[in-house]
Design a protein around this ligand. Sequence first.
Ligand code: DGY
Length: 325
Amino acid sequence: MPRDTVKVVISRKLPKPVEQRMSELFDVELNTNDEAFTENRLADALERADVFVSTLTDNITAELIANAGSQLKMIAQFGAGVDNIDVKAAAQKGIIVTNTPGVLTEDTADMTMALILALPRRMVQGVDALRAGEFKGWSPTYMLGHRIFGKRIGIIGMGRIGQAVARRARAFGLEVHYHNRNRVSPAIEAQFATTYWESLDQMISRMDIISVNCPATPATYHLLHERRLKLLKPHAYIVNTSRGEVIDEDALISALEAGQIAGAGLDVFQNEPEINPRLLALKNVILLPHMGSATVEARTEMGEKVIINIKNFLDGHMVPDRVLP
Ligand code: DGY
């Protein structure tokens, strides 16, 4: 099938150069108003597309895949996480799924580090106070936060982003610890002078900062549940730039409300884009609108990866970022 007759339906507005390049290569259908597809629109797209370019706002369930047209051969996710796609159901129907890892690692790690720094140093509270006209001049006891240097960080998930966070944390003088499904190689452990904890419970009960950097999978759903959150030290902070589902959000909010932990920096939420009003009422949180990879560079490179994946697939070559169930 010639490439320019391949129907590629793109679910969201992408960076202009990416849309342009895709339009040159394929028979592209763009989403010009940039609203997330409704379930009906998603079903319709999957009925017509040869290749569907999805994002995390498309909930591609087994049912939608079962009803997809027989011409649908590929779901090319614009993003690293694929928790919105039933990859197993896709594989059973002979549809390949790809993602865009690697190119958003550094930017997501930067955002994680920004939250790690901003929370104990009360940066957002400082900005808010200044804007509200509450700054009456320097004082020895004004806006005191806590030192970051020398503290212990426990990284949950030592994949690409976890390692990039470890590198930054080391540079800021933090003692780096991690928990991962599988222990990483001694070379990687040595590179970040990091300590492995097989027991997540034991690790989190000893840390000053917890950074969630693992993907959302059935195994990580509510990994930080009520009982585990209770193990955290009262001065500990939690940062999550992965997926909201990894933390039991209600339990986290209760812990924050009760002052059981010091604070949380959240870039992701359980029911995005809805934010639990109890979270909004808290002072000891920094809440961001899922912007960990939101740089022009990352989003452009993610688009380039999508194009490479589609081209390789159509040309019958090895597809670099194939996701297996
Ligand atoms: C991803 O790629 O999964 C990110 O969350 C999108 O920014």
